[in-house]
Design a protein around this ligand. Structure first.
Ligand SMILES: [Zn+2]
Length: 220
């Protein structure tokens, strides 16, 4: 099986290989940036980006790696079943959520942080199933938002180690809230995505900023 996948990878055309390499360089830079902001401490968090839609090929950070010192060759290439096609690391347990997001939305990149404010606020608002954010200029960092008067709903899912069940819940949330830019796992962190690496990065930065503002305003 392993040999077959390896052969499959090396039979990919050169353009795909180049895309995988340049995406890997970019993901490692973005991961290091998230670490430097304190959003991915202690090997937490993961980043992925589509290399090909059909067949689905996803570049994703290997499991358990220090995001502050992420190297491009620590990014692995996986297929839609999370089989590793290239790279010497295991995919994270949360890979199923990345695959669900690229399947269910038009996104091409998915970034996941374990930031302090997403951890705190998701725990506080878990009972409401989500959190409204409105009235802030930074909302305009989100795709399609033109005014600070926008109301953004950030859904919150109860944290679980059962990725199959979480993926199913996530699919339902995406169908109920098709315009959503991100969601939180309670006491765990934030997922955000975008149609490009740059858009997904902008969404993480915008949402992390907004969560910190909300968190500071709610703090006594
Ligand atoms: Zn996580």
């Amino acid at each position: 099986m392993e040999e077959y996948w390896l052969e499959f990878y090396f039979n990919l055309n050169e353009a795909l290989k180049r895309d995988f390499e340049s995406i890997s360089v970019e993901l490692s830079r973005i991961g290091a940036g998230f670490y430097s902001r304190g959003w991915a401490m202690g090997t937490s968090g993961n980043l992925s980006a589509l290399v090909s839609e059909d067949p689905l090929l996803l570049a994703i950070t290997g499991s358990g790696l220090d995001k502050g010192n992420l190297q491009y060759d620590q990014i692995i290439l996986i297929d839609r079943e999370a089989n590793v096609l290239h790279g010497k690391y295991e995919p994270s347990a949360e890979t199923a959520l990345h695959i669900t997001l690229v399947n269910e939305t038009a996104c091409r990149a998915v970034f996941h942080t374990h930031s302090l404010w997403s951890t705190v606020l998701s725990k506080i608002h878990e009972k409401n199933g989500g959190l409204w954010i409105e009235g802030f200029e930074m909302l305009k960092a989100l795709d399609g938002v033109k005014t600070h008067e926008h109301r953004e709903w950030i859904p919150i899912l109860r944290n679980s180690q059962d990725m199959g069940a979480l993926s199913q819940e996530l699919k339902e949330i995406l169908r109920d809230h098709p315009g959503t830019h991100g969601f939180m796992l309670s006491g765990h962190g934030l997922y955000a995505w975008g149609k490009s690496l740059q858009e997904a990065k902008r969404h993480v930065e915008g949402l992390e900023f907004l969560l910190e503002v909300r968190g500071r305003m709610e703090s006594p």
